[in-house]
Design a protein around this ligand. Structure first.
Ligand SMILES: [Zn+2]
Ligand SMILES: [Zn+2]
Length: 395
């Protein structure tokens, strides 16, 4: 007896030959593919029931994965769907008719598997109704609710097992950049996203960063904030801090000065050193003639009294249009400290992490005119300077 596959292959070949892909309805095509995916699940499940995998000495999921060229995770999903699809008539019919997609049918089969004895067949029609109505993401949430109602202990056990899957890795790469990878539990993940999303907003016309860059900067701003607040727990009696080593020449960004180094010998640019020297995020060690000398915090960092007066006066980042409050801003020396600028109120302005970086690393200029603070983009500065010495311009 024919397995019927030949006619399916012929039909698929004819479809590819005849079809005008400009007019094919993607919804109908997806329904056909999803219906066939259900059939693949049935076929794999029959193979498992017959024990086909035993000949290969592999687990059923590994056997299915190797046979169909898919990941073990996908293969285990197909086997679970194959095991339950025929015992879920409403689901099976809705999938065959293209009323629900494969992913929704799979979610229902997994729910059926998880509930075991606690599964109530009367609820199937209602669940399929939700699957027709909602997006796949929303329907997954419905299934989790159903699980929680029918089997709270099992739900808690799953959550505890899921929690064990958490991990986070921060690796230094050879060039000093760091790679971050990991899996977070739902609560931590939601908190992480909420915190970063709130800081990763587009900041205005000068903001040319893409979303990934804005998220990375949001993390930098968050870390900067917590390091500055000094609320992290002490380790061996010392507040956590990052140490930067440079020379006086390096701090002034003089030509030929050796690059500044973070711990572990990672070099950073002179512009970044200037920014770090401007506020007091980092504990700094200066090298003069290879001897470690502390030049004293008072020369560079802002005294508590000046800081209070500055916060009272500026009330947050002074960049036009910026919304960062006092707690998220640090003092910037308008005339850079490293170039002889003083640490007086007149020479200081509060800037947030992002705008402080624009000034030091991207060469925006901050100028104060009376009580007003203005910013000049680097292109405009270049035009001013290339006009030549005889042309007068207003500051
Ligand atoms: Zn600065
Ligand atoms: Zn700002």
């Amino acid at each position: 007896m024919s397995d019927g596959l030949q006619s399916l292959e012929d039909a698929a070949r004819e479809f590819r030959r005849e079809a005008d892909f400009d007019v094919v309805d993607p919804k109908r095509l997806a329904a056909v593919i999803d219906g066939l995916q259900g059939d693949l699940c049935r076929v794999l499940n029959r193979g498992r029931e017959r024990g086909d995998y035993q000949l290969t000495r592999l687990s059923p999921a590994s056997w299915a994965a190797r046979t169909c060229g898919m990941s073990r995770h996908s293969a285990a999903d197909r086997l679970c769907v194959g095991k339950h699809l025929d015992s879920l008539p409403e689901t099976s019919a809705a999938l065959a008719k293209g009323e629900i997609g494969y992913q929704a049918a799979s979610a229902l089969c997994h729910l059926r598997e998880q509930l075991g004895e606690k599964w109530q067949p009367d609820n199937e029609a209602q669940m399929v109704g939700y699957a027709r109505q909602f997006s796949v993401e929303h329907f997954h949430a419905c299934c989790r609710h159903a699980r929680h109602v029918a089997d709270p202990d099992g739900f808690d056990k799953d959550c505890a097992e899921d929690f064990e899957r958490r991990w986070l890795k921060v690796d230094a790469m050879l060039d000093g950049m760091h790679s971050v990878d990991g899996v977070l539990d739902p609560v931590t993940g939601a908190a992480f996203r909420t915190a970063l999303d709130s800081l990763a907003q587009w900041r205005g016309p000068e903001d040319t960063r893409n979303h990934g860059q804005r998220m990375a900067d949001a993390l930098a701003e968050l870390l900067d904030h917590y390091m500055n607040e000094g609320r992290l727990p002490r380790r061996k009696g010392v507040r956590p801090h990052v140490t930067l080593t440079t020379t006086l020449q390096g701090l002034k960004d003089e030509l030929g000065a050796p690059a500044a180094e973070l711990e572990l010998g990672m070099q950073i640019s002179g512009k970044t050193v200037e920014r770090l020297a401007c506020d007091c995020t980092m504990s700094r060690v200066l090298l003069a003639d290879s001897v470690v000398v502390d030049v004293g915090r008072a020369t560079r960092t802002v005294s508590p009294a000046t800081r209070r007066a500055l916060q009272q006066r500026d009330k947050g980042c002074r960049w036009p249009g910026c919304d960062r409050p006092v707690g998220w801003s640090t003092p910037h020396h308008i005339e850079f400290w490293s170039r002889g600028g003083s640490t007086d109120l007149d020479n200081l302005v509060l800037l947030c992490h992002y705008h402080h970086r624009l000034v030091h690393e991207q060469e925006w200029q901050v100028v104060r005119v009376g009580h007003e603070v203005h910013v000049i983009p680097p292109e405009q500065l270049r035009t001013i300077f290339t006009r030549g010495p005889d042309v007068r311009w207003a500051a």
